[in-house]
Design a protein around this ligand. Structure first.
Ligand SMILES: Nc1nc2c(ncn2[C@@H]2O[C@H](COP(=O)(O)OP(=O)(O)OP(=O)(O)O)[C@@H](O)[C@H]2O)c(=O)[nH]1
Ligand SMILES: [Mg+2]
Length: 408
């Protein structure tokens, strides 16, 4: 497609966040000056009334005080919080699934794709998001469920706990990953799972801010990545549609990703291949880049560079292919150029690296996972809902199988 034929139809995203951390990430997204891909299609939900009040305050700061603001936030379930037990978060979402769908419909008249956001260390977001995705994909007998909802693509951002968090948080994360990837019966759940690890993101670039809370740094980077990702379905020359993000990865059974970004790269100094390499150094989880099985690249250039040969769709594509060869990555995928009103001469690059070996990420959580599982088996239920042995087995087996399939 030539730039003259650029259409103004772009992927319509909706953001569905659950839990405290998820809500914080989503409301921070609204600090951005413009969100053409999302507009005000955002719903933040929680089991905890106080947390949701805080989230509404944040949204008010960002969106401005408006009557309809309350529609963007909802409380679900009959308990106050899920107390770090994802089984409780899931049970509370199950209780209120009709209201959840109704609330989504209230702020999302229609959408092509949902970006679900949850932290994986807690109970509410981790419990409810995989369940909500599964409900949408399977359909549900509810007045609130509309035909367009059947075709929505479900991407999810799952945020891994800090390394120094206790076993229960690590345990939750491993279970959350499994449940985002697969439904209880072992079939694919989310169409795309984007992972980011708190400690890793906070330390990226070696510039963690000693004053602010690391969460703020992490959230800002997550949002930056999401913003770049959706810009590809916006004003681009060769549009990467959200369908492209999910088709091949799902076919090859490798649909977990991590973003890797390099921002504000000086176009007069660096070539694109170098920018890809810089981005790869900033992957959002600990990983070995050479194990990548599928990859996308989005290069966002300011309007002033849009006609520069070096940033043509072809040039970017050859640079991407050449970078992959150099890195020994044998991965299908696409690249695209997106145009923005950014600072002169400054380029932002996002790589979405998919299907990589999960071991370096899981490595740090396995022991904690076993520790907490043993505690549960000894009957220390630590919450209202215990996890049935059979459910636990399924969760473990589903993740094992997904990983085994990657290795083949
Ligand atoms: N990146 C990031 N992580 C966060 C943030 N807030 C909490 N976390 C992480 O999220 C996990 C805790 O999850 P929460 O979001 O507080 O939990 P919840 O979904 O509200 O669930 P419950 O409180 O258990 O009902 C821990 O691993 C925290 O480190 C945040 O703003 N940003
Ligand atoms: Mg909470």
């Amino acid at each position: 497609m030539s730039r003259q034929q650029r259409t103004d139809t772009y992927t319509r995203w909706a953001v569905i966040a659950s839990g405290e951390g998820g809500g914080r990430i989503a409301s921070q997204f609204f600090n951005r000056r413009e969100n053409p891909g999302v507009e005000d299609r955002i719903l933040v939900m929680n089991t905890n009334r106080t947390d949701i009040r805080n989230t509404i305050d944040r949204l008010e700061n960002n969106l401005g005080d408006s009557d309809s603001l309350g529609d963007h936030a909802m409380v679900f379930g009959s308990d106050e919080g899920a107390g770090n037990v994802f089984a409780d978060g899931e049970r509370l979402a199950e209780e209120s699934i009709d209201e959840i769908i109704r609330s989504i419909r209230g702020v999302v008249p229609t959408a092509d794709a949902f970006m679900h956001i949850a932290t994986l260390g807690g109970g509410t977001g981790n419990g409810s998001i995989p369940y909500t995705i599964r409900t949408f994909k399977n359909g549900i007998d509810s007045d609130a469920y509309e035909p367009w909802m059947e075709d929505v693509i479900h991407a999810a951002i799952g945020v891994w706990p800090y390394e120094d968090e206790p076993p229960q948080q690590q345990f939750n994360a491993v279970c959350g990953l499994s449940r985002l990837l697969r439904m209880p019966d072992g079939t694919q759940n989310a169409d795309m799972v984007l992972l980011g690890a708190n400690t890793h993101i906070a330390q990226m670039g070696g510039d963690d801010d000693p004053h602010g809370h690391p969460n703020d740094v992490v959230n800002e980077r997550l949002i930056e990545a999401f913003d770049l990702m959706i810009s590809a379905g916006r004003e681009t020359q060769g549009v990467i549609d959200v369908q492209d993000y999910v088709s091949v990865p799902s076919q090859i059974g490798a649909y977990h990703f991590t973003p890797a970004i390099a921002t504000d790269m000086n176009a007069n100094v660096y070539d694109i291949e170098y920018m890809f390499e810089k981005a790869a150094e900033n992957a959002f989880v600990p990983m070995d880049v050479s194990t990548t099985k599928t990859a996308f690249a989005i290069v966002r250039v300011p309007r002033g560079l849009a006609d520069d040969e070096d940033f043509s769709e072809n040039a970017v594509n050859s640079a991407f292919e050449s970078w992959k060869r150099e890195r020994g990555i044998d991965a299908p995928g696409m690249s695209t150029v997106s145009i923005a009103d950014g600072a002169r001469g400054k380029v932002d690059v996002l790589l979405l690296l998919g299907g990589f070996d999960l071991e370096p990420l899981l490595d740090r959580s396995w022991d904690a996972f076993e520790t907490h599982k043993t505690r549960l088996e000894r009957g220390r239920r630590l919450g209202n809902a215990s996890i049935a042995a059979e459910e636990m087995d399924r969760i473990e087996e589903n993740l094992d199988e997904y990983i085994r399939f990657l290795e083949e």
